[in-house]
Design a protein around this ligand. Structure first.
Ligand code: FES
Length: 208
């Protein structure tokens, strides 16, 4: 807290209490991601580098995407102006985060939260992920694999009904896959599309 706020708390405690209560209540209908984006923009406006880094990481951990952060900076252009946006981008580049890499941004690639790690049992799970994507997740202890459910033959979606044990058979032309490796076992010649994944803050995330 700044010295000015501390001073005001001392000399006008009731008014300041009302003020903080107003701030708290005024955001009660906003979801966590929206609040996180607003906090990031506030830090850019005040140009507090430590706060910006901290709130940016928090926003990303809550599932805000790199593209949403850049969009928010542009939307706030009338109040931030170009110099503050450049200031924020310089810090972003220093932080060297994969999410903000030019290739990932151009292609709209990002990390997507799938499921809490503790809910991910050994075996195979079918997950309906964000952005309408459906995925198969195979876990054996620390080995976790995430596969796109679209068949590598003709992109037909494969459903959980087509799963038998650890084998997945696309009903259209009978390509059969091993979910432990993603390899095609019968009929076809291409593996399932495996996505990069990681555990972060207790969640399984995949990159697409
Ligand atoms: S589309 Fe899946 S096997 Fe042909």
């Amino acid at each position: 807290m700044s010295d000015a706020l501390k001073y005001l708390m001392q000399i006008r405690p009731r008014e300041m209490e009302d003020y903080f209560s107003f701030l708290k209540n005024s955001g009660k209908h906003l979801d966590d991601k929206t609040k996180a984006i607003i906090s990031v923009i506030t830090k850019v406006d005040k140009q507090t580098a430590t706060g910006f880094r901290q709130y940016l990481k928090r926003a990303l951990a809550l599932g805000v995407t790199a593209n949403q952060i850049i969009d928010a900076l542009f939307v706030a252009f009338p109040t931030l102006g170009l110099s503050k946006i450049i200031w924020a981008i310089d810090i972003l580049l220093e932080m060297d985060m994969a999410e903000f890499g030019p290739e990932a941004m151009r292609e709209g690639l990002d990390w997507h939260e799938l499921i809490q790690e503790e809910k991910l049992m050994s075996g195979v799970s079918m997950i309906k992920a964000a952005d309408g994507k459906e995925l198969f997740v195979y876990r054996e202890n620390e080995d976790i694999r995430v596969y796109d459910n679209r068949c590598p033959h003709q992109s037909t979606p494969i459903t959980k009904n087509e799963l038998s044990g650890l084998e997945l058979t696309c009903s259209l032309h009978k390509w059969k896959f091993d979910l432990r490796t993603g390899e095609c076992l019968e009929v076809g010649d291409k593996p399932l599309n495996m996505l990069e994944c990681k555990i972060e803050n207790g969640f399984l995330k995949a990159y697409w």
